[in-house]
Design a protein around this ligand. Sequence first.
Ligand code: FES
Ligand SMILES: [Fe+2]
Length: 350
Amino acid sequence: MLERTDAAAPTSSVDLRKVGAHPDHWYPLAWSREVKVERPFAASFAGEPIVLVRPKSGAVFALEDRCAHRQVPLSKGVVNGDSVRCCYHGWSYDASGRCVDVPYLGKGKLPNGVKAYPCHEVDGLIFVWPGSKPPVAPPKAIGAAGDKSYKTRLFGKIVACHYTFMHENLMDMNHQFLHRRTTGKVFPRYLDRRLGDDWMEVDYAFMRPDQKPPLGEAVIVGSLRGESKSSQDLMTIRTSYPHQSLKFWIADGSPALDVWLGYTPVDKAQRQNRTFIVLSVRRPKISKLLDVVWPVLAWFTNRVFAEDCSIVEMEQVAHDDQGADWNQEVFPPIQDLRKLLAENGDLECY
Ligand code: FES
Ligand SMILES: [Fe+2]
């Protein structure tokens, strides 16, 4: 651990990077497309191994990914009907986690099963409730993914940083300098913020001094603006604990861009998060235009995301080298966000 040499005091007595993501929420664990019929899928929440199972008929279910017998992963097993059978001695578990078969024992002697997690599939994502409290109603929709007037892209990856860096990175639009080679010169202008107990929103407008966006962005924004003459760039970034969203308006009405982001801690120390991004773009009147520019948009968003991933991973490395949170945050909305994340997080794993 390095010694702190500057005079700046930590913003709070809590090191935010040691605050766990609170488990009493719905977290995305996998894309629907990853969980194939009768092929158990190994996932995790903060080091808790969880297997997702999609039987031939019926809903996806989630169980602790450890056989009750000798603790090996159930995700190595096979699915039979609506239960999953361990690959070792063949113990079988149903969707409630109950052990329903031990091939070499009578039915009357079945042992205890494994933990089952509330599970819910919506708009291409599989959510699990890892907490101990009874689950609240699961999300009915993810951003605009279910809205036919939008085209949606699902992407993301495991990012080697604490989930809180992701929240701060997205909400702090003052980092456009980082993206200068991808987006050109863009100056965000902070407009306003609104706060609740477990949510906050920040509004920005954007100015482009040279009025010349790079080609990719020009094509995309042109297609988003469609036939609208009015230009009214407004971006609202929201943290609704534990998830985030970004909406961007370039004309009146529904947002041209609607992005939903989930950050699920992977390992016990929560030094990695799996980021799930659901990016929806409103279809212009000539809907085919969006399909044509879609590869450009994919390239553009991948590149911006890669730049963000690489910088937040550097922040994590610095935190781990220094052994504490040395950040000197000066932007009031991010100070608010850090407080919100600490207050809603899981201090028990602190
Ligand atoms: S370890 Fe799973 S059945 Fe024995
Ligand atoms: Fe960024």
